[in-house]
Every structure is written in structure tokens, then in C-alpha cells.
Design a protein around this ligand. Structure first.
Ligand SMILES: Nc1ncnc2c1ncn2[C@@H]1O[C@H](COP(=O)(O)OP(=O)(O)OP(=O)(O)O)[C@@H](O)[C@H]1O
Ligand SMILES: [Mg+2]
Length: 387
């Protein structure tokens, strides 16, 4: 057996693993999505509002970042805020103001005086400090009132609309906005009417929440956005990507192997890149084989095992039974008697469990088939039967 330090040294010396998963991808790690990218960029340029919806990990943020790069290079001002990263209204308003300041980057890098002037453009004035990178960062008190946060939002719209550059406001994880304040979404209709030249792009994955906020009749943003939904990346494009990236890491991945990876763990691009990463990591020869995929899959599951075990045992037993049944066989009819019999539960209990599991994003019904959102977890559940 090779000794551990030698394995580590070999790993450090060899080309880095060319696959990426778990966070947004850019550049050579991004593939496909040409149609959606074009649709998004043209709407941003034309001042149209967009809602971008997909299940988790399909690539919303990666696509947003790519479109933002394109439109910024064309001269637009883009403010991007991840709403889920804002624990309260003060942080949300600060992220908006800081994002706006960064669109004025060069001018504000002239120092604290310029940043201090800039903050006076807000009716509710933020505190300002310059980071080590020379960029201005604004802050508000965490307990900022909803009307003050709305006023900052309005100022950001107004300032984005000034001048002849296109202005774009991107709110990623938009569904989390109701946790900040349930009345905040009501501001957007009026803002869209007052500043029609600003493009608002909202993105989210919790479909039911996005529907309640954006798509159903009576929702606060109803009728004001054009929907773009992200499906799985075209499997042929994804397979070509796997082959190409693997070659960049100095290992040959035959197209059939790329197809097997996608077939085993797809269609979610994050899962495909995850399995490709592990498969690449365990492959010891110059050509990746079927056996490497099996070993890579085992490795992915065993690395996550401790976490799976803890989070699994935190779920109520009824939910675990439903998860086990879905892991063994996804179903199109989870609320009928047949599925309930498979779980040994009453249909009403199954229904409640599924509602909770969908809410917590353990289960989804993409394509009409109810299944575990994490295919690695599904395989662990099947193998371990941890009920
Ligand atoms: N266009 C793409 N090309 C290649 N891989 C992609 C692409 N888009 C997404 N991925 C893969 O999916 C992973 C997640 O991407 P991203 O964070 O953009 O998804 P998301 O939909 O924003 O996820 P979440 O719902 O968790 O916010 C990336 O790390 C990458 O592995
Ligand atoms: Mg995202």
C-alpha cells in the first residue's frame, strides 16, 4: 500500500482537479446555457424584469454571474445581492448600497471623502468604511425599519436609473425576502412603474415560494416579470464538457464514460460535476474507466456519510420512512394508497411528511417524479437502509 504522505504529495504535484461543484462556476468551468444567457442579457439591456427559477443546484447563480459579466462589459451598472446571505433588513440595505457603490468603483476608490459624498445620495444615510481593497462598504443598524429599507431600495432604483447606462438589480435567492420582512415585496410594483428603465432580475429555487411571490394571481410581483426557467443542461453539451475538462487535467475521459457519469447521477449539473470530480480524483491511469466511476461514487458517499448520518437521525421517523421509500423508488403518486402502503403509514401522515421534506428541500417533484434531491444521499439510504 502506498503511504499516505506520498499520495498527498502526488496529488499536489499533479494538475489540479478540473471539475467544480458546490458553488457558482465561471469561465472554463461553465458550459451550455447559450439560449438562456442570451435571453437574460437582452432583457437586462432592455430594462425588462425577469424571474429565473430552477430546482437547487441547476446553475442559476452561475448563469446570473455570466450574464452580469457580459452586460457589465457592455457598459451597464449591475447591483447583485444574495438575499439569503442577509440576516436582517440592515444587512439587506447595506448590501444594496455597497453593491451600488461598487458600480461607481473607480471614482470611489479616490478615498473616504468620495465614499462619504456618495452615501449622502441615500435618504437614510449609511455608515461607511473603506476596506483594505480600497472599496467602500456601507452599513445600517441591523434593526433598520422596513420603511427605511424600502427607502434604500428606492434610492438604489433611482440611482441605477440615472444617466444613460443600463441599470440592473439582481436579487438572488429572492424567496428569502419574506423572512426579512413580509411587506418588502410589495414595494417592487411601484418601483418598476417609476423606473421602467431598470431591469429587476429575481432568482430562486423554492418553487412554491417563488409562485407565491411572483407567479400566482395576486402575488406582489405578479405580471411584472418574464419567467425564464432553467432545466437540466443539455446532456450532450455536458458530456462534451466532461471530456474537455478531463483532458485539461491530463486524463482522458472517453465520451462513453462521460455519458455513464451523467446517466448515473444526473440530471443536476452540480451532481454531475461532483461525481466527475471524485471519479477524476480516484482514477490512477491516464484513461478514466467504468471502475473509476464506481470507486468515485463510493468515495463521494463515504466522505459525506458522517453528515448524512447526523442529519438523517434528526428527521422524524415518519419522514425517514418516506425518504427510504422514495430512495428505493421515486414515484409519480406519493399521495395515493399504493405509496402509503409501501411506507406502512397513513396517507395523511405521508402527505404531512412530504410537505415538510419539500419545504426543507430534501424531496422535490421535478418532472412529476417525487424523489430525493440529493442522489448521493439516495444511494446511501438504499445501501445502509438506516430506518
Ligand atoms: N453552466 C454550467 N456549466 C457547468 N456546470 C454548472 C453550470 N451551472 C451549474 N453548474 C454546476 O452546478 C453547481 C451549482 O451551480 P450554482 O451555484 O450556479 O447553482 P444554483 O442553481 O445557483 O444553486 P442554488 O440553488 O444552491 O443557489 C456548480 O458548482 C457546477 O458544479
Ligand atoms: Mg445560487
Amino acid at each position: 500500500m502506498r503511504n499516505a504522505s506520498r499520495v498527498v504529495l502526488e496529488a499536489v504535484a499533479s494538475p489540479p482537479n478540473p471539475f467544480r461543484y458546490g458553488s457558482p462556476v465561471t469561465g472554463a468551468n461553465f458550459t451550455g446555457r447559450t439560449v438562456e444567457h442570451q435571453a437574460l442579457v437582452s432583457r437586462m439591456a432592455d430594462g425588462l424584469n425577469v424571474s429565473l427559477v430552477s430546482p437547487r443546484r441547476y446553475g442559476k447563480t452561475s448563469l446570473l454571474l455570466r450574464a452580469e459579466g457580459t452586460i457589465t462589459r457592455a457598459g451597464a451598472s449591475v447591483v447583485h445581492v444574495n438575499v439569503l446571505r442577509c440576516p436582517d433588513l440592515g444587512h439587506f440595505a447595506a448590501a444594496l448600497a455597497t453593491g451600488l457603490a461598487q458600480t461607481h468603483g473607480r471614482r470611489l476608490r479616490r478615498g473616504v471623502a468620495a465614499a462619504s459624498d456618495f452615501r449622502r445620495r441615500f435618504r437614510v444615510t449609511p455608515a461607511v468604511e473603506l476596506g483594505d481593497d480600497g472599496k467602500a462598504r456601507f452599513s445600517f443598524v441591523p434593526s433598520l425599519a422596513a420603511k427605511d429599507a424600502t427607502s434604500v431600495l428606492e434610492d438604489v432604483y433611482r440611482l441605477l436609473a440615472e444617466g444613460d447606462r443600463s441599470g440592473v438589480l439582481v436579487l438572488d435567492e429572492f424567496d428569502a425576502i419574506v423572512d426579512l420582512n413580509p411587506t418588502l415585496p410589495n414595494a417592487f410594483k411601484g418601483l418598476a412603474d417609476s423606473y421602467p428603465q431598470v431591469s429587476l432580475v429575481v432568482a430562486g429555487s423554492r418553487r412554491h415560494m417563488m409562485e407565491r411571490l411572483v407567479h400566482v394571481h395576486g402575488a406582489p410581483l405578479y405580471g411584472m416579470t418574464q419567467p425564464i426557467s432553467l432545466g437540466p443542461i443539455d446532456p450532450d453539451a455536458m458530456a462534451r464538457y466532461l471530456v474537455r475538462r478531463s483532458a485539461a487535467g491530463d486524463k482522458k475521459m472517453p465520451p462513453a464514460i462521460a455519458g455513464t457519469i451523467i446517466g448515473r447521477i444526473g440530471p443536476v449539473p452540480n451532481d454531475i460535476q461532483h461525481l466527475a470530480y471524485e471519479t477524476f480524483a480516484v482514477a490512477s491511469g491516464p484513461i478514466i474507466t467504468d471502475a473509476d466511476i464506481d470507486t468515485g461514487l463510493d468515495q463521494a458517499i463515504s466522505l459525506a456519510e458522517a453528515t448524512y448520518s447526523v442529519t438523517w437521525h434528526e428527521r422524524p421517523v415518519v419522514q425517514r420512512r418516506v425518504l427510504s421509500a422514495l430512495a428505493a423508488q421515486p414515484t409519480g403518486e406519493p399521495f395515493g394508497g399504493a405509496f402509503a402502503r409501501r411506507t406502512g403509514l397513513a396517507t395523511s401522515s405521508v402527505q404531512r411528511a412530504i410537505e415538510a421534506l419539500v419545504n426543507d428541500e430534501w424531496v422535490a417533484d421535478d418532472g412529476g417524479l417525487w424523489h430525493l434531491t440529493d442522489p448521493f444521499l439516495a444511494r446511501w439510504v438504499q445501501a445502509e437502509d438506516p430506518r
